[in-house]
Ligand binder design. Structure first.
Ligand code: MRU
Length: 343
């Protein structure tokens, strides 16, 4: 049975602590805003849709015990909490989308007393959670139409159940195709520096009964040249109005390789990952992370301790390298500003 990535039960917000995988499956309870910020920043919870769902609950958790002297004070505290949570990571738009939606809802209920506003916020977080589950399901259903029996698919990072509250985006397509009897095979890139492909995708695909093979990031070109890959499917952290998108560093390289070798390259993402306020991918903020993520792994030095490091966590793939974007609303072939307007 699939373990729940995010859970809100008996007034407690729990997540799978993804930093411990694949060694240990442990849950972590998040009790306040500071802890929620820490969980997002350190990737205990990660993946754009999961960050959004988690942030929605976290904002409620951060507000529920606050004693405000009236509505005005409550909204001041809410603004502060929302602003703080938004500083956890910059690239996945789902974080900002979910927090804005929670604040918007609270404002809409601003005539109610504070306790009822809080209750409405919990209801909204639960709604965001349910919607995420069903968006994943629909993405899987739509995307599976593109998969042929016996296809071998390459994926990068983790856009699976661990990155959402459902079955994932890219991996939801794979799970669905498998349930339809298409007997797919998957290659997952290990995804340096933090190994989301090796630690998370390989773990969850194996648990899900999918035929998965792990490769190092620099092996994808050879596999494509050998004709071993039929399709590439990845997730996204933010998609601009013209279909350029940010995803885990290395995605752009994979897209260039796919183009060179005639491999269709698909992006699977819910509508909460689109940012129509940005005209192109050049405007997407790219997170820079700490040097030790590259210099060390699991406490072991993998490079000289004083070597300079450049560590952007995401890259931007231009729309012309994308064969189609798979969303819960349908498949958008050759995405561009005009075709995506429909969303
Ligand atoms: O740094 P991470 O692990 O949060 O990066 C995650 C990704 O790049 C995923 O591919 C993306 O969020 C899509 S998840 C459905």
């Amino acid at each position: 049975m699939r373990s729940k990535t995010i859970e809100y039960r008996n007034n407690r917000l729990r997540i799978i602590d993804q930093r411990s995988l694949p060694k240990k499956l442990i849950y972590r309870e998040c009790r306040n805003l500071k802890d929620a910020h820490y969980c997002i920043k350190t990737l205990a919870v990660r993946g754009a849709p999961a960050i959004g769902v988690f942030a929605a609950y976290a904002l409620y958790v951060g507000m529920k015990d606050k004693k405000a002297a009236g509505r005005e004070a409550f909204f001041k505290q809410l603004d502060k909490a929302a602003g703080y949570l938004k500083t956890a990571r910059p690239t996945a738009v789902n974080l900002f989308w979910a927090i804005d939606r929670m604040q918007g809802l609270a404002l809409k209920k601003s005539r109610l007393d504070v306790n009822r506003i809080k209750k409405a916020m919990l209801d909204e977080a639960r709604k965001i959670h349910r919607e995420d589950v069903s968006m994943c399901e629909q993405i899987g259903r739509n995307g599976a139409r593109l998969i042929k029996r016996g296809d071998t698919i390459i994926t990068h990072c983790n856009a699976g159940a661990l990155a959402t509250s459902g079955e994932g985006t890219a991996l939801s397509v794979i799970y669905r195709a498998e349930r339809e009897g298409k007997r797919v095979k998957v290659f997952t890139d290990e995804t340096r520096p933090l190994l989301q492909g090796a630690r998370l995708s390989a773990w969850e695909l194996k648990r899900g009964g999918i035929d998965v093979t792990l490769i190092c990031d620099n092996m994808a070109a050879t596999l494509m040249r050998q004709g071993k890959i039929d399709k590439a499917i990845v997730g996204a952290d933010r998609i601009a109005a013209n279909g350029d998108f940010a995803n885990k560093i290395g995605t752009y390289g994979l897209a260039v390789l796919a183009k060179e070798h005639g491999v269709p390259f698909y992006v699977a993402a819910p509508s909460s990952t689109f940012d129509f306020s940005l005209r192109t991918g050049a405007d997407i903020p790219i997170e820079q992370r700490g040097a030790d993520e590259v210099r060390r792994f699991a406490g072991v030095a993998t490079a000289p301790g004083n070597v300079k490091v450049y560590n952007p966590a995401f890259d931007v793939t231009p729309n012309h390298l994308v064969s189609a974007i798979i969303t819960e609303k349908g498949i958008f072939k050759k995405p561009c500003t005009r075709s995506l307007k429909e969303i």
